[in-house]
Ligand binder design. Structure first.
Ligand code: DGY
Length: 312
């Protein structure tokens, strides 16, 4: 039996499986463990099940001499220094596949939400400011028949493309590192939807030149990671009308402070990183995260490991 740290309670019964096999220390609070607490807690554990709010860097790994397995409760592992874990022979698990459809659903919901001005309209109704039905009131744009640029064509990007077939969309694809594909998507798309992982190459991928290259009638949608977009440039783009609007599930930082200038322009729809937030998906992520940790601690191949070279 090993000691494990789980940095947040997880939906569903998955943690029972971990408790049946190992001694589990659970950080049972809504807010992430403060760094000092995390460093104290990892000192005595062999397994770490963490979320994207924990920074698992080389310093934390150094504070965890007995750590043998890390299971990240997310598909993205940008919060983990995977190279540092690999150097120490520690496997890093993640949770792909199970969240693809929920995240793709949300991307399409954001496209519809920003283009049809759903939250803007809802605010008006709730404030008692909707006066009457008018022919030119709250006009938006159609997703049906639109051209959509998908930046990052992995599991989630492909799932978005499949959904857009039902909307008769023309889909333009820019895979990772495809500068020509990105240029075409920016120039021609009515919606540009981001689905690439956050890496050194994609940090700031959408900055002032890219936003200026988009059509003034186009929308930017981000369900990937906040730092892929230069938010300062995005705020100016929204305020000055370089683009028609943006819909974000992810920001930098998270949460975004209530007085952040990005929240000023009305043509922004923003939600609190809920791409995978359905009961079914979050429970499936918990099952996979626990399976990854159990396998890692047993010295077996994790079902989903981002540094499989540790098995060589
Ligand atoms: C992920 O998995 O990377 C999402 O951002 C959270 O589910």
């Amino acid at each position: 039996m090993d000691r494990c740290l789980v940095t947040r309670d997880l939906p569903g019964p998955a943690l029972d499986r971990l408790r049946a096999a190992h001694q589990v220390e659970l950080w049972a609070h809504r807010a992430p463990p403060p760094r000092a607490e995390l460093e104290r807690a990892v000192a005595s554990v062999a397994g770490l099940l963490c979320t994207l709010t924990e920074r698992v860097d080389d310093e934390l790994l150094a504070a965890a001499p007995g750590l043998r397995a890390i299971s990240n409760y997310a598909v993205g592992t940008d919060n983990v220094d995977v190279a540092a874990a690999t150097a120490r022979g520690i496997g890093v698990g993640n949770t792909p596949d199970v969240l693809t459809d929920s995240t793709a659903d949300l991307a399409v919901a954001l496209m519809l939400g920003i283009a049809r001005r759903l939250t803007e309209g809802e605010r008006l109704v709730r404030a008692g400011e909707w006066v009457t039905w008018e022919p030119d009131f709250m006009l938006g744009r159609d997703l049906y028949g639109a051209t959509v640029g998908i930046v990052g064509f992995g599991r989630i990007g492909r799932a978005v493309a499949r959904r857009l077939e039902g909307f008769d969309c023309r889909v333009l694809v820019a895979g990772n590192g495809d500068a020509d594909g990105l240029a075409t998507a920016l120039a021609e798309a009515d919606f540009v939807s981001l689905h690439c992982p956050l890496t050194t190459e994609t940090r700031g991928l959408i900055g002032e030149p890219e936003l200026r290259a988009m059509r003034p009638s186009a929308y930017l949608v981000n369900t990937a990671r906040g730092p892929i977009v230069d938010q300062g440039a995005l705020e100016v783009a929204l305020r000055e009308g370089w683009i028609a609007g943006a819909a974000l599930d992810v920001t930098d930082p998270e949460p975004l402070p209530a007085d952040d200038p990005l929240l000023g322009p009305p043509n922004l729809l923003v939600v609190p990183h809920v791409g995978s937030a359905t009961h079914r998906t979050r429970e499936a992520m918990a099952e996979l995260a626990v399976s990854n940790l159990l396998a890692g601690l047993a010295g077996e191949r994790m079902p989903h490991c981002v540094n499989p070279e540790i098995y060589d």
